[in-house]
Write a protein that binds this ligand. Structure first.
Ligand code: ADP
Ligand code: MG
Ligand code: ZN
Length: 616
């Protein structure tokens, strides 16, 4: 609300503050420099030498100051000084020598020159420091006036040769790369899009766990697009001076607009983009909100046709202010998830290129042993392996060095992130195949497109993706029942294979219950109640609060019916799995090893008459 007023006022305040500091410093320096300039060219002599020259009648004029006696000679130029001693007969001596003399204050009178120099030198020093600072701050862009560019955004300008990173340096992450390629293409040929009337998203948000290559991807986009790249970390906006963050945002966008087409990259955007709580209790919070408001304002003012692409990265998307994710802002989300087996192998190979390796290293085996590792972990592994090789006096890395480093890196990693154990991974594999198999064996359920047991940013340990061939606006009773049965498939698989169940089905249970309840009380699909509305949903836009609109007795009957429906579906799911036990084992094993499989791979195995996946 009042961010407009603030953005006008606060930065000015801090500029005045800066000028005041400079003025005070100039005065202080002047105080020290002036006497020093005054003394320039003055030679210091002994008191005895002064006396002998006085007696010899060579002295012309004398000035007696508090500490020193200054004098010059009748012949020759230059001023001399000597430390004053306690000489009570000095006046007599001076009088008898017949020189003109006078007492002066602490210092000799300053000449115009020293006055000028006293101010010019400190100002010169500040001008020099200022211009140096502004050069490093703005990276040589603009900033002709050093004072004015103080506090400009320190967005570094990357030119392509500087990032030098291409998509080929980013291994795996094919989906993210594909999405980014379109953005690069747009920066290259905006015409192609504008001719049809297509608008590119203004901003794209890279989302994923730490170390998965988000920053790397952004740099690669800059390298590929061959356009200027402004990169700044969210934390750099939060400054010591109030209002600085907002002014930095403005400068950054000004600069970007001048250099369009270009890319603006805000790394770790969660530091400024956290949800606003509106209390503003602490000062820094207030500052952060102002910065965020400014960012939102700037993004709204931007037109994507100007050719400025705004990228941001975060590993905590859920903590972001919803306003940032609104259409017209960071409306495109690019997930950058932990790499699967194939991805890990590729990342290892990319990094192995930078070190000397013995030929014939089995990267696949190493990738298998490093489940749960991020790209950064894998890069670290190769480096640890190189260090290990050096320690042993080898000239190149071999298999054993990398195997050793996997343990070193993952041991630390496991403690930090509690990645899945082998046994847990196996359970998750069966769970997900359970969903997929139950879905596939029922008619009227959407085909499986992807199954993965790579933990997601959302916290899910795995997931099975089903996508309908066409968009559905209506769901039949059978389809809903099938959906509930599919949701039961995960837990059912755990049950039939391991004979024990886990907490992994919590989300499935919640969804299944919701659907079952809605079938009875909202969609009128139960034989018992028929077309009677038994629930009202309020607050539709805030997630929906469900309220019973029935007598307590009826509510109990609904509950019983929900339990009955779900239990029935659960038994049905178990039945389907028991009828397909060999396929369940085969598929789960395949998924366990591949970590991510496509719907096509799934269907191939499911439909093949004999096991196409051999013994381990
Ligand atoms: P994030 O920004 O997601 O936390 P970074 O982009 O900073 O992660 O990645 C850190 C390092 O890990 C990179 O510099 C790179 O060496 C390595 N790395 C991460 N992901 C990949 C990948 N997909 N391909 C190649 N290297 C990667
Ligand atoms: Mg990063
Ligand atoms: Zn599940």
């Amino acid at each position: 609300m009042d961010d407009f007023k603030d953005k006008m006022k606060k930065p000015k305040k801090s500029m005045i503050f800066y000028y005041l500091i400079v003025i005070v410093l100039v005065l202080v320096l002047n105080y020290f420099i002036r006497p020093w300039i005054n003394e320039l060219g003055i030679r210091t002599v002994n008191y005895s030498e002064f006396l002998s020259e006085l007696n010899g009648g060579k002295v012309n004029e004398v000035e007696v100051a508090e500490e020193y006696i200054y004098y010059n000679l009748k012949e020759g130029t230059g001023t001399y000084k000597t430390l004053k001693v306690d000489d009570l007969t000095l006046v007599d001596k001076l009088t008898s020598a017949g020189v003109t003399f006078k007492a002066v204050h602490t210092q000799r009178e300053s000449s115009i020159l020293s006055l000028l120099l006293g101010y010019l030198v400190p100002i010169g020093i500040f001008w020099f420091i200022g211009s140096r600072l502004s050069k490093t701050i703005t990276g040589g862009l603009g900033g002709s006036n050093p004072m004015m560019s103080f506090g400009k955004s320190n967005a570094k300008r990357y030119i392509p040769s500087q990032t030098g990173i291409k998509f080929s340096d980013v291994a795996g992450e094919d989906e993210a790369k594909e999405l980014m390629t379109e953005l690069v293409d747009y920066l290259h040929n905006p015409k192609k899009y504008s001719e049809i009337g297509a608008k590119m998203p203004k901003g794209a948000l890279l989302v994923g766990p730490p170390g998965t290559g988000k920053t790397l991807l952004a740099k690669a986009v800059a390298g590929e697009a061959n356009v200027p790249f402004f990169s700044i970390a969210g934390s750099e906006f939060v400054e010591m001076f109030v209002g600085m963050g907002a002014s930095k945002v403005r400068d950054l966008f000004d600069e970007a607009e001048k250099n369009a087409p270009c890319i603006v990259f805000i790394d770790e955007i969660d530091t400024i983009g956290k949800k606003r709580d509106g209390t503003g209790l602490t000062g820094s919070n207030d500052e952060r909100e102002q910065t965020l408001n400014q960012l939102l304002t700037e993004m709204d003012g931007f037109d994507s046709s100007k050719g400025v692409l705004i990228l941001a990265a975060t590993n905590r998307p859920d903590s972001l202010d919803p306003a940032l994710l609104r259409p017209g802002r960071f409306d495109r989300r690019i997930p950058v998830e932990l790499p699967d087996l194939k991805g890990r192998e590729e990342i290892l190979k990319v990094h192995a290129k930078n070190v000397k390796c013995r030929p014939g290293i089995n990267f696949n085996a190493i990738a298998k042993a490093s489940a749960g590792a991020s790209g950064a972990d894998l890069a670290n592994m190769i480096n640890e392996a190189a260090l290990h090789a050096v320690r042993l006096g080898k000239h190149a890395i071999d298999q054993s060095d990398i195997e050793e480093s996997v343990d070193v890196v993952l041991a630390g990693y496991k403690k930090k992130n509690e990645i899945l154990t082998e046994k847990e991974k196996m359970i998750v594999a069966y769970h997900e195949i359970g969903h997929a198999l139950v879905a596939a064996k029922q008619t009227n359920s959407a085909p499986v497109t992807k199954i993965t047991i790579i933990p997601r940013t959302s916290g899910a340990l795995g997931f099975t993706m089903q996508v309908d061939d066409e968009e559905k606006n209506l769901m039949s009773k059978e389809e809903l029942q099938n959906k509930i049965t599919t949701l039961c498939g995960g837990r059912a698989a755990e049950d039939v294979v391991f004979g024990s169940i886990t907490t992994g089905a919590a989300n499935d249970i919640e969804q299944a219950t919701k659907i079952a309840r809605a079938m009875i009380s909202t969609y009128g699909m139960s034989d018992k109640f028929g077309m009677v509305s038994l629930q009202t949903v309020t607050n539709q836009y805030l997630g929906g609060d469900v309220q019973n609109a029935c007598a307590p007795d009826t509510a109990k009957e609904i509950d019983d019916l929900v339990v009955e429906t779900i239990n029935g579906s659960y038994e049905k799911a178990k039945g389907i799995l028991k009828d397909n036990m060999s396929k369940l084992h085969e598929l789960a094993k395949f998924l366990y090893e591949q970590e991510t499989i496509t719907g096509e791979q799934f269907m191939n195995i499911l439909e093949s008459p004999v096991a196409i996946y051999g013994e381990a």
